[in-house]
Ligand binder design. Structure first.
Ligand code: ADP
Ligand code: MG
Length: 334
C-alpha cells in the first residue's frame, strides 16, 4: 500500500507539485497520468526517496520514506524515466551489480535467471548493453527494478520510445506484474493507462485534477442521459416521436442516411434521466427499426483533454492548462 499525503515540492520559487494526495492499494496498478511537465517524475522521485519533499509525506507499506528511507527503499523497485544502465556492462554483469548494490539475499543465479525469463531478455544476457535496442534496454531497466523482488514497483513512463509491438509486450508484462505487485505507472498517453491500470490519477500543473477508476471517471463526467441512436425511417418523424419522451431536452438529427434510409440522432435528456427503454419502446411501437444505441459517454481521451484545458463542469479545479498529449496531435497529422 502506497500513501501520498499532501505532497508539495518547490524548486526555488517554482512549485512543481502542489498538495498531491492519492493512494494505491496492494496489488493494484495505478496510472499516474498527465501532460509533460505536470509533475509526474517529481512525485515519483519523492515517492522513491530520490528527492525530498518540501511538504507532505510518502508512506510505503506503513513506512515513511523520509523517516526510514533504507527500509522503505527495500520495498520499492524503481524504473526512472532514464533507466540507470551502465552501457559497457553485459546484461548479466549489470544485473549482478544491481544485485550486490541492493544487498539482495535471494539465491543470485536462479533469481536473476527468473527475472531475465520474465522480462524476456534471456537471449541477450551476455550482450553489452550499449549494443541493445531501445526496447531491450527498457526491459533491462525493468529487470533492474525487479531485483530483490520488491512488492512495490514505480515505473516512470515505461513505454516511452518503444515501437508498438514492444509497447504491447511491456504493457502485458506490467499487467502480469500487477497481479502480485503494487504498481504505480506514469504516462502522458491516455490509452496506455486505460489499457493497463485499475485506477487513474490525473495530474496537471502539479495538482491532482481527477482520481478514480477509469470506468467511473468516464461515467461521472458524462452520464447515461446522452445517447447516440440510429434508426430506420423518416428522420423528421422519428425526431418528433423521440422529442415527446419525458425528460428529453433535445433531439438532433446528427446525420441523415448514414446507411440507406437510416439516420443518426443525438439525444440529450435531463441529467440523471435514463431514457434508453423509452427510446426503444417508442421506436418499436411505430415499427422504426432501432439499429444502434450507445451512450455518448466521453472517452477517457476526451475527458483528459477537457480536464487539462479546463473545459469541464463539476468539481474540477479551473487553474489548468499545459501541454496536452503531443502524441495526439502528431497522430492527427499523419
Ligand atoms: P513530468 O514528469 O510530469 O513531465 P516533472 O516532474 O519532470 O514533470 O516536472 C514538473 C515541473 O517541475 C516542470 O515544470 C519542470 O520544468 C519542473 N522541474 C523539474 N525538475 C526541476 C528542477 N530540478 N529544477 C527546477 N524545476 C524543475
Ligand atoms: Mg517525467
Amino acid at each position: 500500500m502506497i500513501e501520498i499525503k499532501n505532497l508539495t515540492k518547490r524548486y526555488g520559487s517554482k512549485t512543481a507539485v502542489s498538495d498531491v494526495s492519492f493512494c494505491a492499494r496492494e496489488n493494484e496498478i495505478l496510472g499516474f497520468l498527465g501532460p509533460n511537465g505536470a509533475g509526474k517524475s517529481t512525485t515519483m522521485n519523492i515517492l522513491t526517496g530520490y528527492l525530498s519533499s518540501t511538504e507532505g509525506s510518502a508512506i510505503i507499506n506503513g513506512i515513511d520514506i523520509l523517516e526510514d528511507p533504507v527500509r522503505a527503499k527495500k520495498l520499492i523497485g524503481y524504473l526512472p524515466e532514464q533507466p540507470p544502465l551502465y552501457l559497457d556492462m553485459t546484461v548479466t554483469e549489470y544485473l549482478k551489480f544491481v544485485y550486490n548494490l541492493k544487498k539482495c539475499k535471494l539465491p543470485q543465479r536462479s533469481h536473476l535467471n527468473e527475472i531475465c525469463e520474465l522480462v524476456k531478455i534471456t537471449e541477450v544476457k551476455n550482450r553489452v548493453i550499449k549494443n541493445l535496442s531501445k526496447g531491450y534496454r527498457q526491459r533491462v531497466g525493468l529487470a533492474q527494478a525487479l531485483v530483490g523482488n520488491p512488492p512495490v514497483l514505480i515505473l516512470d513512463e515505461p513505454t516511452v520510445g518503444l515501437d508498438p509491438k514492444q509497447i504491447i509486450e511491456i504493457r502485458s508484462l506490467i499487467k502480469k506484474l500487477g497481479k502480485n505487485h503494487t504498481v504505480i505507472l506514469s504516462s502522458h498517453i491516455l490509452p496506455e493507462v486505460q489499457a493497463v491500470c485499475d485506477k487513474i490519477v490525473i495530474i496537471n500543473r502539479g495538482r491532482v485534477v481527477a482520481n478514480d477508476t477509469a470506468e467511473k471517471l468516464v461515467h461521472n463526467l458524462s452520464g447515461d442521459h446522452k445517447l447516440v441512436v440510429r434508426a430506420e425511417g423518416n428522420p423528421a418523424e422519428i425526431k418528433k416521436l423521440l422529442s415527446s419522451i419525458p425528460n428529453m431536452d433535445e433531439v438532433r438529427i446528427n446525420k441523415e442516411n448514414v446507411e440507406p434510409g437510416v439516420s443518426e440522432f443525438f439525444l440529450n435528456a435531463k441529467p440523471g434521466a435514463d431514457i434508453r427503454r423509452e427510446v426503444s419502446k417508442r421506436l418499436a411501437s411505430r415499427s422504426y427499426p432501432l439499429l444502434m444505441m450507445k451512450s455518448s459517454e466521453l472517452t477517457l481521451e476526451e475527458i483528459f483533454l477537457k480536464i487539462t484545458t479546463g473545459d469541464i463542469h463539476g468539481n474540477i479545479k479551473d487553474d489548468l492548462g499545459g501541454e496536452i498529449m503531443p502524441e495526439r496531435s502528431e497522430r492527427r497529422k499523419k
